[in-house]
Each structure stands twice: as structure tokens, then as C-alpha cells.
Design a protein around this ligand. Sequence first.
Ligand code: MG
Length: 393
Amino acid sequence: MTIAPACPVYALLLAGGVGIRSGLDRPKQLETLGGKPVLRWSIDALTALPGFARLTLVVPEEWRNDHAVIAGSDADLCVGGATRRQSVANALVEIAEVPADAIVLVHDAARPGVSADVLARLIDAVAAGAAAAIPVLPVADTLVARAGPRAAGAPVDRDALWRVQTPQAFRLDVLRAAHAQWTGAEPTDDAQMVRALGHDITAVAGSEALHKLTFRDDIALLESLMGIEMTGSTRIAVGMGYDVHRLVTGKPLWLGGLNIPHSHGLSGHSDADVALHALTDAILGALAEGDIGSHFPPSDAKWKGAASDAFLAFARDRVAARGGAIEHVDLTIICEAPKIGPHRDAMRARIAGILAIKIEHVSVKATTTEGLGFTGRGEGIAAQAVATLKLKD
Ligand code: MG
């Protein structure tokens, strides 16, 4: 159906809102849907487009790192503004050098159900000469005016109305002009700003799967709309991981993804974060996909001094690639010092961020060995982890 556009396609993905209506404790785009972060669904769909050039991801400042871990090298990050309009304006500055005739898609990360079909319809419309194209759906419910707090007024002609979704597609120069010249109240999308310049907006068929994630219950609804089959054909898989690294002087201590002030650090080929290594092996174990050494051999100079969150993110992505979900991880750190208690919640938050799961699904425990053995003598730190995954059968 789609024609490869003659001009490159740029995408602006808005993840600037923190979803305070959703009842979730962090931005909704970081939640897991069908085994991968909500945000990742849009990134995967947009970067797979014919003619795709570059993705700019607009994120809340305080959650920047969580988004960076999920996006990896697939997106340039920029920080959002106080309004949706300002967030798009910030992203347009990031692509200031892109030619005026490029096609640009503006999409909300809270709509993960973006399909190749809808994208093709939007891009084809702009490639064929439209200034802007938007996905729309008919209204199925009867609509009435609000006559009072509990009073229904006259019916409104639903055949005269459409529901408008994102992504929306624009010729880049048109979108730039619309943002430069806008003087109205805060708009809820970009097409209305382009229309205010006198351009026609082309409507193409949208999709129910583009339902916006607003409330917690929407996760199950979206899994159904997007045809994600997680029930009835899943199994629980449990994996365990164990690792030890030697304590030495003159090295920073990386533990559970945190740099912890201590007299000694762990020695190893990477940053030697024994806790993240055990977690990575636990997840790989549940997948039955080897161990950390088989994917990141110490003989490979590439991993010298590497930050171990990359290993854990790799394991997370392997779970997503298998259509699974990480349900829970439980980590035990075994050492005499440093004390883990003061760092426990920061460690849980860091691991939850890397794995894109809720902090309630991350347990961090610690124990000493009563002065016995290598851990008791302070020669090294050991870590054990158990990961529970939901996998397609
Ligand atoms: Mg190790």
C-alpha cells in the first residue's frame, strides 16, 4: 500500500506528560504493555518506517534517564516544555537543520497502538501534496449537549463529528510556520494550529488500537485492542543468577546500578557490578538463553569498564523480544560492608528504571556471612538473584 516517500520522514515523539490522571506512580509511557515498555511500541513502529530518518523523543526532565534507557540509540532526547505546544516547539528546535520539505510525524507516546497501515496512510497523504494529515474515527455513541451538572440537553449530530488521534503528519515547513505564528489558546494537537494558517487538513482512517493510555485500566484494554495475546497461552519461568567479584582498593564501588562511596571497589572486566550481573543472569536463566559471559565475553575489549546497566537492559530487551514480561526480581547482596540498607530504595528504583517495571516488583535484600568465608573477610561481594517472567508458551 505504501509508497516509499521521496523525502525523509522525521518523527517527534511526545512523552513529556507524567500522566497524573493515570493512577500510576510514574509516567504511563514507562509502564509495561505486552512485554515491553509503552514507549517502546511507538519507537519500534516509527523507526521501522520506509524513509525513516530520525526520531526526537521529548521527555520530562526528572525521568530523562528512564526514557534514555528504553530508547537506547534509536532516538535523540530533548526535554519537554510546560505545555504540549511548547514540547513540540522544543523538538522542532532540535531538528532546525532538517530541510523544509521533509515529512514530520508528531505522535503521543501514550498511544502505543500505532500500526504500519495508519502510518502509511498519513505519509502517503503528505507525500501526495497535503500540508497535513490526521487519523480520525467516527463517533459511535449518541452525543448530547450538557445542560447542567445532571441534566442532558439537546442531541448533537454525531455524523458531523470525528475523533482525532495521533500520529499526525505534516510538511515540516508548514508545522514550523504554525508554531511560529500561533496566538490562540493552548491547542490540544498540532493540526488545529496548521488549520489556523488556512491549510486544509486531510483526514485518513484512524484505528481503535490508537486508544490513548489515560487510566490504569487502559493497559488491559490496549492489550486487547492491539491483539496482544498474553492470557491463556503463557507460562511462568523462574531463573536464578549468582555472581562474585573481588574487592580492591583504588576503584569505585558500583552496586545495584549505583556508585556507592566505600573504601574499596569491585574488580572485573566491566564496572563489576555484581548485583546487576546476578540479575542479568537470573533473567537470562528464566529465558534459558545462556549467561552474561556468553553474550558479553570478558575476552571482548568492547566491554572493558562497561556500565553494567547495559547488560541488564539487554536481558530486558530479550524478554520483550520473546513477547514476555518481567513480573518480579528478588536480589540478595552478600557482604560485610558497605551497609546496603541506606541504599536499598535507591537501588530498587534504579533497577526498576532499567527493567521498566514498577518498584514494587523489585526486591533488594542484604545479608552478611557472620565474618565467615571470603565475604566475611571482606575479600569480595557475592550476589544472588531470582527473576520471575511471564513468557508465551
Ligand atoms: Mg560478574
